[in-house]
Write a protein that binds this ligand. Sequence first.
Ligand code: 5CA
Ligand code: ZN
Length: 409
Amino acid sequence: MESWSAPMPRALRGKGKPLALFDTSTGVVRPTAPGPHATMYVCGITPYDATHIGHANTYVAFDMINRVWRDAGHQVRYVQNVTDIDDPLLERAVATGENWREIADRETALFRDDMAGLNVLPPDHYIGAVESIPSVARKVMELQESGDVYAVDDDLYFRVRNDERFGSIAGLDENDMVAVFAERGGDPGRQGKEHPLDCLVWQNARPEEPAWDTPLGHGRPGWHIECAAIALDYLGPTIDIQGGGSDLAFPHHEMGASEVHRLTGEWPFARHYVHSGMVAWQGHKMSKSRGNLVFVSQLVREGTDPMAIRLALLAHHYRTDWVWTPHGLEGARERLQRWTAASQLPYGPPVDPLIDRVREVLADDLRTPSALDAVDSWVHTALTRGGQDPASPGEMATVVDTLLGIRLT
Ligand code: 5CA
Ligand code: ZN
């Protein structure tokens, strides 16, 4: 699929520090230790209602990882998918009478524009589920050959119990896994399954639903195997980070890790499983199914600078759950104005201490609120006491663009 474009960050003096991040699987903050190439797979949208502030929060969090890695000298290989065929998209199409493909194309296009507006660096490969169907079918056949797949009616299920590591990404006990599985697209109660947690890898064609011809028959892929297949194809058997919002730890990333383990023998598939917090609005997590959404495009249409939206997101640590408020956005607007004013001064204080401080706090599990504090204090000094360096206001603008993705114009 076509990706989007955003200006590549300008290199800063010196080099950023190695990035340490919290890993859901081991439960600790530890160094990401990529080689020259750092590899990251971030789960993309299911395109039927894009882009709400929760989505934006997640993709900006992973954009920060991308930026910090680049600043530390890594070449980043970044892959993201689009779940352009899945139950929720088809349900939306039935509800509105639209064609599912048109909804997916329109919402994906909107998402691209929103990402470009938020100055999110594009993935190197932006891959749709539909275009991955031949690869998914091959992976399912491999799992069949190793005895990891069985049929219920004409649908195919992955035997989670064949993977002795199953359960170790999200760390939930079995009862919780069953409950969460039912809430997040799973079918623990389906008759004929060997184990309630076994997950669908291939769904046989249903009347009135789109389906594709493959050696497995006429049907469409299950959700988890889609991301496992795309990540394996584009990044290889072990990657540095797999990421998404915290609602993806289970079942999505758990199932994907087990599927990859059975396919390749590699464990863990991702050295870090990284999860961003959930944004709430009107008392609940913002979600397409509930409909309590604030859209990036709507705010921008109403005159909000996307950079103020990005600043409102960065004011929260990526792992916390938080509530979107108009007040928070207003604070971000004011901050953006102050930063912009300071970047246009004729003179400013030195920027090297600012660069060091921002690099230091971002490398420590992406402490963006502390990074904003550091810029605030530089800006405060510049606006109240000035400085002697004619280059530093412009350099400060470059620092916040490169490291925080905030363009000051
Ligand atoms: N297509 C799948 C992933 S393969 C999917 O989960 N799509 S999604 O459109 O439902 O969500 C896209 C990303 O946004 C996921 O990482 C999800 O965790 C994140 N997300 C969804 N709602 C919120 C929210 N309220 N706050 C923060 N992140 C959210
Ligand atoms: Zn995914």
